[in-house]
Every structure is written in structure tokens, then in C-alpha cells.
Ligand binder design. Sequence first.
Ligand SMILES: C[S@@+](CC[C@H](N)C(=O)[O-])C[C@H]1O[C@@H](n2cnc3c(N)ncnc32)[C@H](O)[C@@H]1O
Length: 280
Amino acid sequence: MNIKIRLNKERKEYCNNWEISSCDFLNGGIYEWCEDIIKDKHCLFEIGVGTGISSKFLIEKGHRIFGIEENPECIKKCKETLSDNDVRIIERGEETTPPYSNYYEMEYHDFQEELDESQSIIIESDFMMEDVIPKKFPNIKFDAIICWFIGVHNMMGFNFNQIQRYRTTDTVDKEIYRQTLQCAIFEVADKYLNKNGIINLVDRGIVFKDKEKEEEWVKDYSERFIGDHPFEIVDFQSLVIDNPNKVGDGIKYHKKNKSGEFELVQEDKIAIFSMYIMKK
Ligand SMILES: C[S@@+](CC[C@H](N)C(=O)[O-])C[C@H]1O[C@@H](n2cnc3c(N)ncnc32)[C@H](O)[C@@H]1O
């Protein structure tokens, strides 16, 4: 199949699937749970806004959003989701597919940056490719950088910039992609954040049966992801919820079977964790 057709198909599929999960999250009170930890943080830089449901929720809670999103199908959906809110949404990506190649290249067009004092904005941009916020709004500082449930469509491994910079494979190892993006936040967080600014990462996949294991995991995460950057994890919270639409993997853990051996089981539930990460 032609690369452009595949790209459009995967982008659309991702957007439609996420719309379903995101509605479940909204109706199941998950965004409420996520927001609780950042409720005193007004101006938020949201990395990967998806179809805009989380942004709408946050705006209606009184936050100001500077969001970015790389999937143009999601950006289109954001226009519908946020049609009743005072938000500027900027479409600016264009892909080229060089002849006889099996990759695509993205180019992002310039845009006019005037905004009212309190207005929110969502910009089509790839966080791994350009630093659009400091470039266009050099004086802005955020009270928090949030990155909730980062994920990506299947064609990201065919994006030339990703191949060059992050060497993702054709099929995109989504776990590696997620981790690479989360690491990249620590690289730039210092220049985006206010003095008491924080990073809030929310992600899926981990269940801890005891406090000691949880602390071990948080310590390991901190060493691998934060490294020498001047940040520390000061709060970690988790939650297990149903996964009614079976989007993504269920939780996996080891359980003793009848003959007393441990086996890996998967439940149709999702584990969610939220980390509150502060500048030291
Ligand atoms: C699973 S959705 C989560 C959306 C939203 N944060 C929420 O909680 O509802 C993740 C979004 O991150 C976007 N994304 C992934 N990589 C990105 C990048 N490098 N730059 C900008 N957005 C990205 C994806 O396109 C996707 O829409």
C-alpha cells in the first residue's frame, strides 16, 4: 500500500480508537482523578492532547492550556471537541513522501502567535521534532507540563525525523517511543517551567501489590529517566480501572495457579499511575 494512504489510515484509526478510550476516561472520572494532583497549577503545557477531550476538561476546570499534538486527524477532532471553548487551534503540518522511498517527512508551517491573556491554544507540532512553544512564545512559563497517556499511531516508525533521531523501527516499539518522549521532557523542562513548576506524567501499565515494590520502581524510574536533571518524584499514585472497550493491553501480573506455580495472567482492566515531579 502507498505510504501516504497507510499513514492516513493509521492516523485515522488511532484517532478513532483514542476517541473511544478518552470518552470512557471522561465518563469514568479518570480525568477528574488525573486533574486532582495539578488542580492548583493554572497554566499547563499539555504534550499530546489527542482529540482534545482532556484539554476541554481542563479548560472547563479553569486551567489555561498550551497544547501540542502531532496527529493531524486528532487536531481536526480537537476543532469539534473544543468548538464551544475559546481555544485557538492551529493546523500547520505537511508531509512529503519522496518518490521510491518508504518514509515520510514532516514540515511545519509558520503561524501568527497573537493570543489574548487567558486564551488557550492547541498547535499541530511534534514534540520530538521542534520546540514550538519557546520559539513562538519565548516569554511564557508554565505552572506544569503534563503528559497524560502518551501513545502514537503505527506509522511513526516511517517518520524520517524519528528514524534519524530516535532510530525507532518500522513497526515502532511503542514502549520505547513512550519512554523516549518522557525522557525528552526532562531535557527541556527547565526552560519551560516557573519556579515552582512541576511535571505530571500519567501512564498505563503498572500494578504494585506492595509499597516496597512501588518504591523500588519509582527509584528505578527516577534513575533511568530523570538521571542528572534537577527533578525528583515527590508523589506517586495508582489506580486500577475496567477497560470496557478493550483498547490497548490489559494489566499483566504473576498469579499462582492451582498447582502452585506462578503464571502471567492478563486481566481486562487497566492500571494507571500518576507522578508528580518537582524541580529540586
Ligand atoms: C493516547 S493520546 C492521549 C491524549 C490526552 N493526553 C489524553 O489524556 O486524553 C496521546 C496523544 O499524544 C500524541 N503524540 C504522540 N507523540 C507525540 C509527539 N511527539 N508530539 C506531539 N504529540 C504526540 C498522539 O498523537 C496522541 O494523540
